[in-house]
Design a protein around this ligand. Structure first.
Ligand SMILES: Nc1ncnc2c1ncn2[C@@H]1O[C@H](COP(=O)(O)OP(=O)(O)OP(=O)(O)O)[C@@H](O)[C@H]1O
Length: 319
């Protein structure tokens, strides 16, 4: 399909490149985000996530490539229909939470009175009423971040862009945010967020773009990424040896009474038949579909997977 020919994309980007002083931070990124989807940009520190999001929002322009956001080639024209949580958090410390949200609404064209009313509603809906009249400086970091997050939703945007929304939140509030993202998508809002945590992308996203070193080696359905790897079999047998051993593929490795191997292309039924007929004495057998982590390793490589893990460890230490 040619660029810009389908109206059903909230975001379409092709060949985005961004260089800083000769260093290529984003190196030809293609992304298509369907309307109403939850879309994750998954990659380690320095992979190019923030730079990509900033280009999509029109905060910076790409050196080359094109993007179309909510049908517009100049994303700033549709800024009022977009909510954005930047990586750098921050609200005016002296402002009360309600005012801070109403202020963000005003920046998106919502009258202050309406913004204040919506701010109170949002705070109440999210169990934060008690923060309404407190100054931002009186709130914890995590709480202030939640207030800022509500500020990105107050003008009821069609598209929300969250840069690392989970970092800085404790487990409880991460869970609340996951729920909020699902609710937004269920109402038809498109959500795109960056993360270095595979579990968040795996649990939440319909589609992901895997990004490493400024390139996107995979963009598409989470299931499609996982289906790139074959299921793994874990087999426990009573018999130590016998005719059944011929049913195991060459990559099978043993560990005590267990065998681990990749499910052969022919599928599970011929395998089971051969094991039974060959008198393996099956004690247990499980077939596991690879997760997004294994898919990430296969797609982006061991080095990128290690970088992702290091990013997560650094973030944990900083929290
Ligand atoms: N304004 C800038 N000037 C120079 N280099 C930049 C600038 N912005 C980003 N970079 C560099 O581009 C690369 C990609 O950065 P980017 O912030 O997009 O990565 P990221 O995946 O969002 O990671 P992080 O979570 O660390 O921000 C990094 O090497 C970064 O140092």
């Amino acid at each position: 399909m040619a660029f810009g020919q389908d109206g059903d994309w909230a975001i379409e980007a092709q060949g985005l490149v961004k260089r800083f002083d000769g260093f290529t931070a984003v190196d030809g990124v293609d992304i298509r985000v369907p309307r109403g989807a939850i879309y994750g940009i998954l990659g380690p520190n320095g992979a190019g996530k923030t730079t990509t999001l900033r280009m999509l929002l029109g905060i910076i322009d790409p050196d080359s490539g094109v993007r179309r956001v909510l049908g517009h080639e100049r994303p700033t024209e549709v800024a009022r229909r977009i909510g954005y949580l930047p990586e750098e958090r921050g609200l005016y410390p002296a402002m009360k939470a309600t005012e801070a949200i109403a202020f963000l609404a005003a920046l998106r064209g919502v009258p202050l009175k309406t913004g204040r009313r919506r701010a109170r509603e949002l705070l109440e809906e999210n169990g934060l009423s008690y923060a309404a009249d407190r100054q931002i400086r009186q709130l914890s970091k995590g709480m202030a971040q939640q207030v800022q997050l509500l500020g990105t939703l107050v003008h009821e945007p069609e598209l929300v862009v969250f840069d690392e929304p989970f970092s800085g939140l404790d487990a409880l509030n991460q869970g609340k945010l996951e729920k909020m993202i699902r609710t937004l998508a269920a109402r038809g809002t498109t959500v795109i967020f960056s993360t270095h945590v595979i579990a968040h992308a795996e649990r939440l996203c319909d589609q992901v773009a895997i990004i490493a070193g400024g390139k996107v080696p995979f963009a598409g359905l989470v299931d499609e990424a996982r289906d790139r790897l074959r299921p793994q079999v874990r087999l426990e047998t009573r018999a130590r040896d016998g005719a059944w051993r011929a049913a195991l593929p060459p990559d099978a490795r043993s560990e005590g009474a267990f065998w681990h191997f990749t499910l052969p292309e022919s599928g599970v039924e011929p395998l089971l038949r051969a094991l039974i007929e060959g008198e393996a004495g099956i004690l247990s057998l499980s077939i596991e579909r690879p997760g997004l982590h294994d898919a990430f390793v296969a797609i982006a490589g061991e080095a990128a997977a290690r970088a992702l893990q290091e990013t997560a460890q650094e973030a944990e230490k900083a929290a």
